[in-house]
Design a binder for this molecule. Structure first.
Ligand SMILES: *Cc1c(COP(=O)(O)O)cnc(C)c1O
Length: 390
């Protein structure tokens, strides 16, 4: 029978994979109100606490006064305004690239970069754990698609040896659901030795890694030679919205000419670019946010190990607690919520089957006392989780 949505939804529910959207009734931050309940949250990607920062808000308002609220047209027609242009220059400077090109979302930037660079007769090689938008871009491109073992340069090398046409290697910089950092120097060397290009999506590293917050390429000191295509997103550590591709003059011009997700869409509101410019300024200047975050990460890992939680090999603000079974992950999340703490369960297909987890994320907006409270609640709820299984 066609369109049996009732059956599809029932099946999803029966597998403990049904998704629901918690209703956020407050600004983003450590203290939120969700579905009427005040909670201490550890699950947004606002790693530096800039999403609700007064100076960023003021820049947004001043930007709206000066530039209005709508982009009004695509960049190629008459939607490319002075704040967009200034933001592109600031992003190129932050990442040490000749140029950057602004997009409305990271999902679009990824589709754009991959589909503009490879097509039929070419190859795209992706880490198994890449973000969905990278996998979707690879499929949409029509290039021969292959996935290599997670963060494994040897596995990449053996697949690259069989690649055809132009070969694009694509990886997350910081893996979004695990928190580990890609071994970029090794992946870049493998790609370069075979004439392939490396594209890195640094959605979670930008702002959190590197002395100035330039992300994973700053941390490893990698230039356009090693990472010709760099993606950053602005809705995470920058606290605003949008994304960019950074690289050579020729790369950016190629995207302007050929990238359909760039060409056929309205530019983001110029006031948003004004807000992001302010958040970039804070992000570069105030190194204390990254230092405080590093201290919270160390505190959480030490405390979690003492409780016996299964942490992953992550030195970033993404600190998932591996549970495995989706129902158990939901149960732990429910118990935390009963005690006033919000950490959402992440289940397949967002993560591989059998690897459901509580994706704890830490932010510079959190205090040490709040992280301790999270640890206390976990110590109370986690040990008895086993016995609660149906
Ligand atoms: C969040 C994310 C994206 C998507 O970025 P948006 O701007 O939210 O569309 C892309 N890649 C990775 C790795 C992400 O975590």
């Amino acid at each position: 029978m066609a369109f049996d949505l009732t059956a599809r939804l029932a099946e999803r529910r029966a597998a403990d994979l049904y998704r629901q959207r918690p209703l956020l009734e407050s600004p983003q931050g450590p203290h939120v109100v969700v579905d009427g309940q005040p909670l201490l949250a550890f699950c947004n990607n606002d790693y530096l606490g800039l999403a609700n920062h007064p100076e960023v808000i003021a820049a947004w308002c001043a930007g709206a006064e000066q530039w209005g609220v709508g982009g009004g047209a695509s960049h190629l027609v008459i939607g490319h305004s002075t704040p967009h242009h200034a933001l592109e220059q600031a992003l190129a400077e932050l990442t040490g690239r000749p140029r950057a090109l602004l997009f409305s979302t990271g999902y679009m930037a990824n589709l754009a970069a991959i589909t503009a660079l490879v097509g039929q007769g070419d190859s795209v090689l992706e880490d198994r754990l890449n973000h969905a938008s990278l996998l979707d871009g690879g499929r949409l491109s029509g290039a021969r698609f292959s996935r290599y073992r997670h963060n494994d340069p040897a596995s990449l090398a053996s697949r690259l040896d069989k690649a055809v046409g132009d070969a694009l290697v694509v990886t997350d910089g910081v893996f979004s659901m695990d928190g580990d950092i890609a071994d970029l120097p090794a992946l870049a060397a493998v790609a370069k030795a075979r004439g392939a290009w490396l594209m890195v999506d640094d959605a979670h590293g930008l702002g959190t890694l590197g002395a100035q917050g330039g992300g994973v390429v700053e941390q490893f000191g990698l230039g356009v030679d090693q990472v010709p295509v760099l993606i950053g997103t602005l809705g995470k550590a920058c606290g605003t919205a949008g994304a960019f591709v950074a690289g050579s003059e020729e790369l950016i011009e190629t995207l302007v000419q050929f990238a359909r997700p760039y060409i056929y869409t309205t530019s983001q509101p110029p006031a948003l670019a004004c807000a992001t410019l302010k958040s970039l300024e804070l992000l570069r200047r105030d190194t204390w946010r990254r230092e405080h975050l590093a201290a919270l990460i160390a505190q959480f890992r030490a405390g979690a190990q003492a409780i016996g939680l299964a942490l992953m090999d992550s030195q970033t603000p993404i600190q998932p607690i591996l549970i495995g079974d989706s129902a158990r992950a939901l149960e732990l999340s429910r118990r935390l919520r009963e005690r006033g703490v919000l950490v959402t369960a992440i289940r397949p297909p967002t993560v591989p089957a059998g690897s459901a987890r509580l994706r704890v994320t830490l932010s510079a907006a959190h205090s040490q006392a709040q992280v301790q409270l999270l640890l206390n609640v976990l110590a109370e709820c986690y040990p008895t989780l086993e016995t609660a299984d149906a």
